[in-house]
Design a protein around this ligand. Structure first.
Ligand code: DGJ
Length: 559
């Protein structure tokens, strides 16, 4: 489908269609995908029901070719994904200014629907990993009209400047057209659930843009909208941001360096404000057309990296308040967690008002273990390993040699997703009632972990050597009665139970049954006792649980 429109026509349409559609979306019983507070957590609601995203993100170039994707779609469904995350590039929908081309987008939705998958669309607009390589040629080559981020010695970089309103408006118009098109083709069916606006924004290798517009903004007062936010939220501000503001005298106004000090962090906060304000503009223009939930994702920080070594200005923990103040149209900020300390980074983004969604992360056995923890302990709304095209399919080079770092652990993620999709209705119900928890053991060094489950405490220790990648263990506990729990996860461990609540001091295991999902319900297997439960003293879980599709029903008592 090809559409040609003028800029003023788009702006007019954004205002009229957008507002009428927004009213429509507010009607009671509307089934538009949205985030909703349900009980103790915020959940994604799709077609009137809570939904947990068992996702995977395609490699960057996969969604540029429907032919390339054709054999991949069924593989994704075979991995038990319910949602694929894939990019839509600005250059692919607006090859000439004002001429819109949506046949690729239509084909992506068609492929997803045929394979019973939902989609999260990643808008690769002005930025992808700090660079501006997905913009159309007419933007790329017009460096005067669309100015670049500049280095401190005055050189242009391959990055559009977030201080340019010309860049912002062109990006917003293209994005609004995409969202309008999605409403037209998907407003009823809801194949697309969420939209990511840009990808891993920020600047490198210096901490900020040094273009003239950026220098002027850096020397100008911190916008009053941010100053008001700081004052209104001073008790809950992220500690690093708060410390910088307090150390500089907790001023109510001033330039960026007066308010936040002269340390490198100030340039990061400054860029965060302008990237977030830019993205707010894009998200608002898109939502005016079709108000799907939207988010921005972050490339995380390696230890001891300074702004500019990491993506300065991205939606990182220290600047989340700045992002929330500037971009209220974003529903959440999301971490791309490739590091091994998954729990640490997940916690940074699991905050009041910011439910956890992990759009990019490791797959394989590591991903499987992390997924149990994310959904169990963090009540994540979604989880999505990157490079899902390769999952369970060790990539080889042209000589047939397995590439370094390639995944060789076969079906771990697929098996975990199968279990999680069987448990999904219960997971969603227990997230809402707060009767779910999870534990993780990351790396060989970590020998044990502990978590509260209802009135009890579960303490796990390793039983085997490292299994899977790095010996990761991830477990989820679902409370189904006062003293009854379903336990699902992966790793070789034994789990003992105790209680810190008033009552008889000792906790005994009344029974442990293994269960398997058959014909739509959980069916009891063996009663596990003797050697299989350390003589009735512990639940023993194993890496084989994933392969077997096994969970455990544990009943406790006190004596
Ligand atoms: C993070 C980016 O957001 C992805 O698009 C992709 O480039 C991965 N890095 C590659 O590892």
């Amino acid at each position: 489908m090809v559409k040609k429109i003028t800029c003023s026509a788009i702006v007019g349409a954004i205002l009229t269609l957008g507002s009428s559609f927004a009213k429509q979306a507010d009607r009671p019983g509307d089934t538009m995908p949205h985030l909703e507070r349900r009980g103790k957590v915020t959940q994604l609601v799709v077609d009137g029901h809570p939904f947990v995203i068992l996702g995977g993100e395609l490699h960057n170039s996969s969604s540029s070719s429907l032919a390339y994707l054709k054999p991949i779609w069924p593989r994704l469904a075979g991995l038990h994904l319910n949602t694929a995350l894939l990019p839509v590039a600005w250059e692919s929908i607006e090859p000439e200014e004002g001429r819109f081309e949506f046949s690729l987008v239509d084909g992506l939705l068609e492929g997803a629907r045929q394979n019973k998958l939902r989609l999260v669309i990643l808008w690769f607009g002005a930025w992808k990993n700090t660079f501006s390589t997905y913009v159309p040629a007419w933007v790329k080559t017009s460096t005067k009209r669309f100015p670049r981020v500049q280095t401190s010695d005055g050189r242009n970089t391959d990055r559009l400047s977030p201080f340019s309103t010309a860049v912002r408006d062109a990006d917003a118009q293209a994005f609004a057209m995409l969202m309008r098109h999605l409403r037209e083709i998907d407003g009823e069916q809801h194949t697309v659930l969420l939209v990511q606006v840009e990808n891993e924004v920020g600047v490198i290798p210096e901490a900020r843009d040094y273009s003239r517009a950026a220098n002027d903004a850096f020397a100008a007062p911190v916008p009053s909208q941010l100053m008001k936010y700081l004052e209104a939220h001073q008790l809950t501000l992220e500690p690093e941001l708060r410390a910088a503001w307090l150390a500089a005298g907790q001023k109510k106004s001033g330039t960026w360096q007066e308010v936040f000090g002269r340390a490198p962090l100030t340039a990061d906060l400054f860029m965060a404000w302008y990237f977030a304000s830019y993205i707010q503009h894009i998200a608002a223009a898109g939502k005016a057309e079709y108000p799907l939930p939207m988010f921005a994702n972050a490339a995380l920080i390696r230890p001891n990296y300074e702004p500019g070594q990491y993506n300065s200005g991205g939606p990182l923990p220290q600047s989340m308040d700045v992002w929330h103040a500037a971009a209220p149209s974003l529903d959440l900020l999301a971490p791309d967690i490739y590091f091994n300390d998954f729990a640490f980074w997940a916690r940074q983004y699991d905050r009041p008002g910011n439910p956890l969604f992990v759009p990019e992360t490791q797959g394989g056995y590591t991903g499987a273990a992390n997924a149990f923890y994310a959904f169990g302990q963090m009540s994540a709304i979604g989880f999505s390993p990157f490079g899902i095209d390769d999952e369970g399919n060790a990539p080889v080079d042209l000589a047939g040699i397995t590439k370094p770092g390639a995944r060789t652990d076969g079906q771990a993620l697929a098996n975990a997703y199968r279990l999680l999709s069987e448990l999904a209705p219960l997971i969603l119900q227990k997230q809402s009632s707060g009767e779910i928890s999870g534990m993780i053991m990351e790396g060989e060094a970590q020998r044990g972990a502990k978590v509260s489950i209802g009135d009890y405490v579960a303490t796990a220790t390793r039983t085997g050597g490292p299994a899977g990648e790095g010996g990761r263990i991830g477990v989820m506990f679902l409370q189904v009665g006062a003293s009854e729990f379903l336990v699902a996860g992966c790793g070789d461990a034994q789990i003992r139970f105790s209680s810190e609540k008033p009552g008889p001091p000792a906790v005994g295991i009344e029974s442990i049954d293994e269960e398997f999902f058959e014909n739509g319900s959980w069916v009891r297997g063996r009663r596990l006792n003797g050697d299989e439960s350390s003589q009735g003293q512990a639940l023993r879980i194993s890496t084989a649980d994933l392969t077997l599709g096994r969970i455990y029903r544990v009943r406790l008592y006190r004596y």
